[in-house]
Design a protein around this ligand. Structure first.
Ligand SMILES: C=C(O[C@H]1C=CC=C(C(=O)O)[C@@H]1O)C(=O)O
Length: 379
């Protein structure tokens, strides 16, 4: 691995058992690092805090925060390495989980057929041994492999070390402009993004879009149908070895600084990671998956940061004609394609959306394909 001051600082922080997060946003070339100055645990209680949030799937559990003001901020320009050694995408997986997962999916389909809910996202946690003593080098491999993902490494000595490369934005808020996405439906990438999607996948994804639009109407539009919302058509995106269906959703909030809590409570967890109706699907997941998702399918990212830009009025002969515009921004991502690194073992989390038309064996295979995104960097 490259000996570089930025990554060395992360390693020192990790060896000193001090909390940190390092991340790169999709399609950008800056890696940011936040090194917490002490080992205190900070919680995010009402999403008015300013910092980096790490929130679990189940909102009844605690969300953690690295407060902006309690961290040293470092950055590094990312340059892709061409000679990074990665394993190929190969379709194998811990087959001891196969029967359990296929049975789990069958139970989900049965529950849908009995009208318990319309959609449920069912997942599993696969454990692999690793000789890698240095998780920061796994982070470097993720950065070099997934340019279009939000790639991160998050650590707190009391909580653990998580890494991931997620294709899914949860919320992006800049001033009074809110952007989000509905992402669902999966097929293997075979050289082209111009592919055919079955009705089953289109419906599975449409459930997510409809949920997000309805929940936003409720949370920020007081149920009013006049809320200005832009909803794109479904389109295909590539994420590693996979393709997904995506819809972009954008709206102007009535005023900048609208509280984030009602929006987050309304949306999280969306049917891209939980199901519909939300509470019934969540109860099923917790009762039947047989493990705790912890932070998989939670969300993470920058919360309520101040962005200040200088603007020039361009008027001649006017002194001090530059003025500063300040906006509050939040950039949150859904924690997918992620892993937890613990005692020379890697715990990988993968799931998929189940509807009445799902086939249990294909759903197992989909989780195997998703696990490759992580396994590739674990050589
Ligand atoms: C729940 C996961 O993916 C979600 C995001 C995109 C496509 C999905 C799907 O096709 O089921 C899932 O909704 C996961 O990767 O563990």
């Amino acid at each position: 691995m490259i000996l570089n001051h930025f990554f060395e600082q992360l390693k020192t922080q990790f060896h000193q058992k001090l909390p940190f997060v390092a991340y790169k946003k999709p399609e950008t070339s800056i890696i940011k690092g936040w090194l917490q100055k002490d080992d205190a645990i900070h919680y995010c209680t009402d999403f008015t805090e300013s910092g980096f949030v790490f929130a679990p799937f189940d909102s009844n559990h605690s969300s953690f925060l690295i407060p902006f003001g309690n961290a040293t901020h470092i950055t590094h320009s990312f340059v892709k390495l061409d000679n990074m050694k990665l394993s190929d995408y190969i379709s194998n997986s811990d087959s001891s989980q196969k029967d359990f997962h296929i049975n789990l999916v069958k139970k989900g389909i049965d529950a849908i057929q009995q009208n318990a809910f319309k959609k449920v996202v069912l997942s599993r946690c696969e454990v692999v041994e690793t000789n890698e003593q240095d998780p920061i080098s796994i982070f470097e491999k993720l950065l070099n492999t997934y340019a279009t993902a939000f790639v991160y490494c998050w650590y707190h000595p009391e909580v653990g070390l998580w890494l991931g490369a997620t294709p899914e934005t949860f919320l992006n808020i800049r001033g009074n402009r809110l952007k989000t996405m509905a992402l669902a439906g999966t097929q293997a990438y075979k050289g082209s993004t111009d592919v055919f999607w079955k009705d089953k996948e289109r419906e599975e994804q449409q459930i997510v879009t409809d949920f997000i639009v309805d929940q936003l109407q409720e949370a920020v539009g007081n149920g009013s149908s006049h809320l200005q919302m832009e909803v794109s058509a479904q389109h295909t995106i590539k994420a590693g070895n996979l393709l997904h269906l995506k819809t972009d959703i954008m709206l102007q909030l009535a005023q900048a600084g609208t509280g984030l809590k009602p929006i987050i409570t309304a949306l999280h967890p969306t049917p891209a990671v939980c199901g519909l109706p939300k509470e019934k699907a969540k109860t099923f997941i917790i009762a039947h998956e047989g493990y705790s998702r912890e932070f998989y399918a939670g969300f993470l990212g920058e919360l309520n940061l101040k962005e200040t830009k200088s603007r020039n009025t361009n008027r001649r002969n006017v002194e001090n004609n530059a003025y500063r515009v300040s906006k509050t921004t939040s950039d949150l991502y859904v924690n997918l394609r992620c892993m937890q690194f613990k005692n020379n073992k890697v715990y990988m989390y993968v799931g998929g959306g189940i509807t009445k038309d799902s086939d249990a064996v294909s759903e197992w295979e989909e989780t195997v394909q998703k696990s490759q995104i992580i396994k590739r960097v674990l050589l």
